[in-house]
Design a binder for this molecule. Structure first.
Ligand SMILES: [Zn+2]
Length: 73
């Protein structure tokens, strides 16, 4: 079963599909090399609009999906 899954992951053509659709990662100890391997490509994702009409954005990396910082502007 694991072999089948691993094979699917290796050959999965779906970009952003189920295989890569990982939940947002919680804060992790500094063990994952992914952070360094990823050249973060920052995108601002609107997450909310305040009652005053201000848009709030979360700055996330569209490559790895990590939320890097929160900018309000
Ligand atoms: Zn990244």
């Amino acid at each position: 079963m694991y072999d089948v899954w691993a094979e699917h992951v290796a050959g999965c053509p779906a970009v952003g599909g189920a295989v890569r659709n990982l939940p947002e990662l919680p804060p992790l100890p500094k063990l994952l090399p992914e952070v360094r391997l990823c050249k973060h490509r920052l995108v601002r994702r609107q997450i909310a609009v305040t009652p005053a009409g201000l848009k709030r954005y979360a700055v996330v990396c569209e490559l790895c999906g990590r939320r890097l910082d929160v900018a309000e502007r």
